[in-house]
Design a protein around this ligand. Sequence first.
Ligand SMILES: Nc1ncnc2c1ncn2[C@@H]1O[C@H](COP(=O)(O)OP(=O)(O)O)[C@@H](O)[C@H]1O
Ligand code: SF4
Ligand SMILES: [Mg+2]
Length: 362
Amino acid sequence: MSRLENRGPNSVTDEPLISVEDVKVHFEKERSLFEMFSEPDVVKAVDGVSVDIGENDVLALVGESGCGKTTLGKTIIGLQKPSAGTISYRGRDIWETKAGNTDLSFADIRSSLQIIHQDPGSSLNPNRRIVETLSEPIRLTHPAITAGERRARIHSLLERVGMTPARDFASRYPHQLSGGEKQRVALARALLMNPDVILADEAISALDVSLRVEMMDLMLDLQEEFNTSFVFISHDLSNARYFAEHGDGRVGVMYLGNLVEVGPPEQLITDPQHPYTEVLRWATPNLALDATNASEPPMRKIDIPDPVNPPSGCRFHTRCPKAREACTQLQPELREVSDSHQVACFRSDPDHEYWESSELED
Ligand SMILES: Nc1ncnc2c1ncn2[C@@H]1O[C@H](COP(=O)(O)OP(=O)(O)O)[C@@H](O)[C@H]1O
Ligand code: SF4
Ligand SMILES: [Mg+2]
């Protein structure tokens, strides 16, 4: 897949913070005893994605469950090794760095790239007070800092994420916190490392609807204050839109392991260029758009294809109402349709052979 030059409007330097180039992540499915001697099934979770993340950038990834958002997000922050392609941090290949082949330390990269999970409870030790959980990463990375300084830092961050009085919250155990409070602790823990990028993987999905906007606003305030970039993952287009719009960033739409459309949120939602983005828009009633009133989804079939045997050509052709014969043979690459807006669909190219090709029979 061709390299995606777009870096988002907030990017300030020429070199991207993170550069993902033609990355593939394929997983072998576990085999049962009877299948031991057959070839393993391979899930193509991410299959040829290129994207750059700049400094103080926001990329909101959206797409239906199983399309590869988490796998791509983890690859971006160096938690998942790609099967092919490269992922660089400030120009250095992350996995070459891990092998000791660059001038950076892998530990420094790892602490610069942080994650907040959907379920913060699972990543907080139930037997430890919040102050202990937050002390550990500082102790490991800054052994010279005194206990008093550590506590002051923790209290100030807890206050910053809205947990006041900080002294009271610091002494609690996770079970004494609400879901929203646990998520704030997870955010504080990520920020302790002064990270360059935070991956927020469905970080607001488990919260009460009333708390979601508050949490997104908090993350966006801190993004600016700490000069951090966010990769924000959501299966909900309206949340992705909110986060990207207020963070002056981009929305990236994923389908079966591919990025199929990337663009500024308003443009992508009011004038979607990929037929799958239209489906997401149709499936998201709270976007407050007139165009989403149709009662039927804009699709030929609703079944999601198997990621072990994805459709040939354009992965979306089995469901796309605009698919033609050419779409079953050729795979579209992301191409620029306007400033900061890319789409992987032949219809964006007026000279493509798609236009001469016959329509698909149902
Ligand atoms: N460790 C793994 N081993 C095997 N398959 C996996 C693994 N992680 C994810 N997958 C598969 O990869 C695909 C993409 O998963 P994921 O990245 O979690 O998608 P999303 O976050 O969009 O729901 C799914 O089909 C999922 O079952
Ligand atoms: S390339 Fe063809 S099948 Fe794919 S989204 Fe475009 S029209 Fe639909
Ligand atoms: Mg996921």
